[in-house]
Design a protein. Structure first.
Length: 424
């Protein structure tokens, strides 16, 4: 069997039976959780497909390992390989100290234009949770990945750039009075584009329709940031009504019906749309949504939001189902096919090489990768085996400390236990 690259065709990804997939093992606990995850991924593929399918893993360098070997945190060669082979997976990477790249994760997203940060959030029975009913949380978060304050347009306090921008804001735009302490102010610029917002929201709507989910919620702070986050909401409704008219019903349409025909008619139209199985497009203010994550998470299935909101929301949602130690993530460009699947937690350097940490975040990111490739049987095999292992209370230290009568396993032992639990 000859290993081949994944390619992008007119109809979407072309996945060979023996694809070459680049990986970055990561820093800190990265090697431990990657080794365990790779063991489970390979075992599931072998079990389910009986040798017909297999992944050829190709290591690329980033982070401390890259810096120690090449003097660069993110070598151009690594970016070129990730770009060429389309689909890759990575462990956690450290943030360089003392200048240079502010974040390797953000750099990868920007360089490959991975505009969707995809974060599914669901509870696995037996996972310790701080909420009473974690089973009510089952949502997929689409976080815009390339704009907002993460674009990196910042100017430090007392720099020539900040002083120049201050003069422009004061002299050209007349905004000087809105800057409370002009002599000691740093600046960050928040770009939010119609094109960037629409491609993110379009991806969220398509996902919801393909998976037959009931709603997409636009989360924003448009009551304050009217021309950025407020526009995100408006553009989202306009897109939904323009491109998906036969398949969706929006709160914007409900509000228009309420104004022109009365609330009873508007409510009747909403109920009819729900009965017809139409996708409901709605919106909520970001701070209220953080409250709703605790009070009524079952009301949300797909969430589309901007970059900073998505950062807060995805971690808060993950906490309600057991924490980011079991939260997977992916960064995807649905137009080019490029995707990087990643652990959502940090490097935890003091636990490096201890073989003690939970590999579930990276492993479940690998499950997302298999689903993205269309290898759904192997993905389901792993997810069910992981759930069984947790229900049996055979877990790593993070869950062990929160469970009664559990069995403590090393990272590698946890992987072995998952493989033992696999069924087809």
């Amino acid at each position: 069997m000859t290993a081949q690259k994944i390619t992008m065709g007119p109809a979407g990804l072309n996945i060979p039976d023996h694809p070459i997939i680049p990986f970055i093992e990561g820093d800190g606990i990265g090697p431990d959780v990657w080794s365990a995850s790779k063991h489970v991924l390979d075992a599931a593929i072998e079990l389910v497909y009986g040798g017909k399918r297999k992944i050829e893993w190709k290591e690329i360098l980033a982070g401390e390992k890259a810096f120690n070997k090449t003097g660069e945190w993110l070598p151009a060669e690594s970016l070129d390989i990730a770009r060429e082979y389309l689909v890759s997976i990575k462990g956690p990477l450290t943030t360089p100290v003392g200048g240079g790249i502010r974040s390797l994760n953000v750099a990868l997203r920007q360089e490959l234009d991975l505009y969707v940060c995809l974060r599914p959030v669901k509870w696995y029975k037996g996972v310790p949770s701080p909420v009473v009913h974690p089973e009510n949380t089952n949502m997929v978060i689409f976080r815009e990945n390339t704009e907002d304050i993460y674009a990196g347009i910042e100017f430090g306090y007392n720099t020539p750039e900040a002083e120049k921008l201050l003069r422009f804001l004061t002299d050209e735009l007349g905004a000087g009075k809105k800057i409370r302490f002009p002599e000691s102010t740093a600046f960050g610029i928040k770009p939010v584009s119609k094109d960037g917002s629409e491609r993110l929201i379009r991806a969220a709507i398509k996902y919801a329709l393909e998976h037959k989910l009931p709603s997409v919620t636009l989360v924003h702070k448009g009551n304050i940031m009217k021309y950025t986050e407020g526009a995100f909401k408006i553009w989202g409704y306009e897109l939904a009504e323009r491109e998906f008219a036969d398949h969706v019903y929006t709160w914007g349409q409900w509000e228009n019906a309420k104004k022109t025909q009365g609330e009873d008619v508007a409510n009747a139209k909403m109920k009819k749309a729900e009965a017809q199985g139409k996708l409901i497009i709605k919106d909520v203010i970001a701070d209220n949504f953080l409250q709703q994550l605790l009070l009524s998470p079952k009301d949300y299935s797909v969430v589309a939001t901007l970059n900073l909101n998505g950062d807060y929301i995805s971690d808060a949602a993950a906490a309600s189902v057991g924490g980011i130690g079991i939260a997977p993530g992916a960064n995807i460009n649905y137009l080019t096919g490029h995707a990087v699947f990643e652990a959502t937690h940090g490097t935890a350097p003091r636990f490096a090489n201890t073989n003690t940490m939970n590999p579930s975040s990276l492993l479940l990111s690998g499950v997302m990768m298999l689903e993205y490739m269309g290898w759904h049987e192997a993905a389901q095999c792993i997810e069910e085996a992981l759930a069984t292992t947790i229900k049996r209370k055979r877990v790593t230290i993070d869950f062990y400390n929160l469970m009664h009568d559990a069995t403590l396993l090393k990272t590698s032992e946890f992987a072995v236990e998952i493989v033992k639990s696999m069924k087809i």
